[in-house]
Design a protein around this ligand. Structure first.
Ligand SMILES: C[S@@+](CC[C@H](N)C(=O)[O-])C[C@H]1O[C@@H](n2cnc3c(N)ncnc32)[C@H](O)[C@@H]1O
Length: 280
């Protein structure tokens, strides 16, 4: 598939999932959110209490692999941009943290996701605090230096041009601004032939996954510093099986079992922060 075909496939698969009314099963995180908030924060996961603040409309389409608002250290009045916001779970949590003096912008290139996010944000009573845009995060229509924080939850692995994503994040962040990212990476280099097989499962989260070192090279190359890994979770076999055909096997054909077994134990969800250095 070329880049345009990949993007159309991803949009089509997530769009169909929305039209089907979502899917209760997550792609990666444990289905039971922990009740212990400090455990949740330490592992970059949602706590049950914070999920009670999110309307069902967003929860049924939550497809992340972590909880960036849990480790972004958001403060009242900050401006936050969510890359690939889906149906809005993290924009809603962020809007509650930055308050009425702050601003949250969610971008997603799947129109149906943004429509669903608008509905969820309205149900949460946060319309004034949140702006939602249908937009490709590799080419954002947002001005330079508008954000204090760029966050993203299980999306960048889906982007064919990760350098463009991190260049855009760097461009729209203020000097001293920060990243809070939850994503999927390999712990080591994977056989290129197996990676090629995964191409047809793009939308599932190994289609465009990179190995960790290469991924962090891209983050650094964009100009980010102070990369700090907050939490790592090696995907268990049931989690990997769900993840490879996200948003669900009825939308994304699962790869062959033998290909999955080659990467078993080498796929991790990783949560990290990084900083756009202050201009002196
Ligand atoms: C795995 S879902 C995660 C959604 C959301 N972050 C969450 O946690 O529920 C991936 C989302 O990324 C969006 N996406 C993928 N590539 C994108 C791109 N290049 N630009 C904008 N959105 C993108 C998809 O449309 C989909 O809604």
């Amino acid at each position: 598939m070329n880049i345009e075909e990949i993007k159309q496939t991803v949009k089509g698969r997530y769009g169909k999932c929305v039209e089907a009314g979502g899917r209760k099963e997550p792609c990666c995180c444990p289905s039971e959110a922990p009740t212990d908030l400090s455990f949740a924060a330490e592992h970059g996961l949602y706590g049950r209490e914070e999920l009670s603040l999110v309307p069902e409309t967003a929860l049924t389409l939550s497809k992340g692999c972590g909880n960036p608002t849990g480790f972004a250290n958001l403060k009242s009045g900050e401006a936050v941009v969510d890359f690939g916001c889906g149906a809005g779970i993290d924009v809603i949590l962020a809007a509650r943290k930055v308050g009425s003096s702050g601003k949250v912008i969610g971008v997603d290139f799947t129109t149906q996701m943004i429509e669903r996010a608008k509905q969820a944000v309205a149900e949460a009573g946060l319309t004034d605090a949140v702006e939602l845009l249908v937009c490709d995060m590799e080419q954002l229509e947002l001005r330079d230096e508008l954000a204090d924080v760029v966050m993203s939850n299980c999306v960048i692995n889906l982007c064919p041009d990760k350098e463009a994503v991190y260049r855009e994040a760097f461009r729209i962040l203020k000097s001293g601004g920060r990243l809070a990212i939850s994503d999927i990476v390999y712990t080591e280099k994977i056989d290129p032939q197996v990676q090629e097989h995964f191409q047809s499962t793009w939308a599932g989260c190994v289609g465009g996954t990179l190995e960790r070192d290469k991924y962090f090279e891209i983050v650094q190359k964009a100009g980010f510093r102070q990369v700090d890994v907050v939490a790592i979770h090696p995907l268990l076999s049931n989690e990997l099986e769900a993840m490879v055909c996200c948003p669900g096997p009825e939308f994304t054909p699962p790869p062959a079992k033998e290909d999955i077994s080659v990467v078993q134990g080498k796929v991790i969800s990783i949560k990290f922060t990084a900083v756009k250095p202050l201009i002196s």
